[in-house]
Design a protein around this ligand. Sequence first.
Ligand code: TRP
Length: 454
Amino acid sequence: MAPSNRTSIHGTWTGRWTFILAAAGSAVGLGNIWKFPYMVGEYGGGAFVLVYLICILLIGVPIMIAEILIGRRGRSSPANSMEYLAKEANTFPQWKALGVMGAIAGLLILSFYSVAAGWAISYVFEDFGGESANYYGEKFNLFLQDGSQLIFFHSLFIFITAFIVARGVIKGLEAWINRLMPILFVIVVLLCIYATQTGAFLEGVAYLFRPDFSKINATVVLAALGQAFFTLSLGMGAIMAYGAYMPAKQNIGSTALSVAFLDTTVAILAGIAIFPIVFANNLEPASGPGLVFVTLPWAFVNMPLGVIFGKLFFVLLSIAALSSAISLLEPGVAWLVESLKTNRFIASGILGLIAWTLGIFSALSFNILSDFTPLGDRNFFDSMDFLSNQVLLPLGGIFIAIFVGWVMKKNNVLEELELKDTLILRIWFFLLRFISPLMVAIVFCSAVFLGVVT
Ligand code: TRP
């Protein structure tokens, strides 16, 4: 049996490695280096990490395989791939809505992601000469008060993202992601080495890996689940869109495992780098979205050649964010291009503008709009984050799992995976059909009933 031999109008990645790098480029981003550490701090350390790792393995990896599979078999934008596969499975064409919803979720995420990416860009201009970690805490808070600066960097980031997507993901990405991401990895390792010198290394590592089980509750589990989806770029069609450009010969299962492994490693290393600095300087682990922007600059102040490493780090972090942001825009752009027959420039212009406009509200939610709380007591930025990551992505994930696990013909699934009925396949199929949808549903319902959502 061989995978289907349809091809995508947007092109195909050339090499075997390109898909892995592109998917890893999508997965590794602010989610690993900015969001993971501050969520760990907010939700109680090791307990959160443990639940997060379980979610990655039991829910994330199976759903990632399902997403790649849908994309590669459909060979179009997520919405049209879903439509095609629904037809192939003789079922309702309305499954297409899953792709459309994903494209919308992508815009919501991009809108606040871009604001945070703007922070990373602005730190490229830092001189790493501050006198204490607290100095960087105050500096970050002052920066948040300055709405026009936040909007400036947000605009810059969205513009570059839309421009690259307009030129075509394949051309735009293949050229340089491959070379830059390994360097980011090296600097993160250097930061971990610095962390061993802080005097609080063991404390930091224990905080990450020693779970306090009393801290596990519905809120924590939902947050960890949302983060697992977010960090692997799952639930909204990003990986599906990239799957459409994947060569037919590549093995889907081992690819998904490599991407998940790489992504998790970067997140854990970021945690190992950051928490020793937190404890050595008596900072508050639960200090929220500013955590990396307070701890790491202080690490660079103290490191030999810190100014160079610091600037390089924030350049690379911005680029990592960019390669993720591209995948947030691509599903919607590919869909507009296919269905309206417009060109990529117009499509990414329109969608970029929508995300930009929404992002303005996020940028202002730290200053003049700080009293505007659309969801519970969350400001606009946090509301977008919550709505997309903890609601839309898990919901998208459930339907993706149900579609591949229950709706598609098993023969077609096997054909696309190029797998015989092996044990591994059975485990994957079991996880996909029962465990992932059920776990997501349970977490979801208990969170709703326990009032976490409002
Ligand atoms: N995974 C990226 C990160 O960790 C963010 C991202 C890119 C994303 N594409 C996505 C999140 C699609 C959810 C869905 O920074």
